[in-house]
Unconditional design. Structure first.
Length: 213
């Protein structure tokens, strides 16, 4: 229908899913892409929008007529940010971090499913590469969510108490997004701590009457 597909690769870009971009992993060919965070490994603020050549050409002539493309920002193209991004891209390639993310990402996904699929607090395990989530539910059979996002709040606190910093998204989804350089032993350590945290969270939520089944 002539509708352009603009892919947001702010989180999924640059190795997170085990490939260069999430679109590559999912077999999608977008018309435009947005980058940020992992373009500089978050060491310096930078973002970018990638557009097709035909769209660029359509903007050149009218921009030349007025002397400037009126969509810039004060710090667009900041040299320090660009230098950080260039070095980051060099390191990604030099150390084969996308390949590493693919290998340890497969391990992370397999271990998440092995450890948490049958956990009474977990309704779904999902993810790809080094991005994943555990959906916390009040009833494993029906998949009923936990009221007011309380499951995510309790689990995040329990994880922190066990030395793991995670966040809850959409209320009760416990999100994983570890560094691309994480190792399999570090994944084992992380998931052991999370398992302890979820066991504690289950008992706590059950005692509060927030679980149904």
């Amino acid at each position: 229908h002539g509708i352009l597909v603009w892919a947001d690769e702010v989180i999924t870009g640059f190795g997170r899913t085990g490939a260069d971009f999430g679109c590559t992993t999912m077999g999608i060919k977008p018309d435009l892409m947005t980058f940020a965070k992992q373009l500089s490994s978050a060491y310096f603020p930078i973002s970018a929008s990638v557009i097709p050549g035909w769209m660029y050409k359509e903007m050149v002539a009218p921009s030349n007529e007025v002397g400037v493309f009126g969509h810039g920002y004060t710090y667009s193209g900041h040299p320090a940010a660009c230098a950080a991004a260039l070095k980051t891209l060099e390191i990604y390639e030099r150390d084969n971090l996308f390949g590493h993310a693919a290998e340890v990402g497969d391990y992370l996904q397999a271990e998440l499913r092995r450890i948490f699929t049958d956990h009474p607090l977990v309704g779904e395990v999902r993810g790809k590469g080094l991005i994943a989530a555990l959906e916390l539910v009040s009833n494993k059979t029906t998949g009923t969510t936990i009221a007011r996002g309380k499951g995510g709040a309790v689990a995040v606190k329990a994880c922190q108490d066990n030395g793991v910093i995670l966040r809850a998204v959409a209320g009760n989804a416990l999100a994983f997004c570890p560094p691309l350089i994480i190792t399999k032993p570090e994944i084992d350590d992380m998931l052991t701590r999370v398992k302890t945290a979820l066991d504690t969270s289950y008992e706590s939520l059950k005692a509060e009457g927030l679980l149904d089944g």
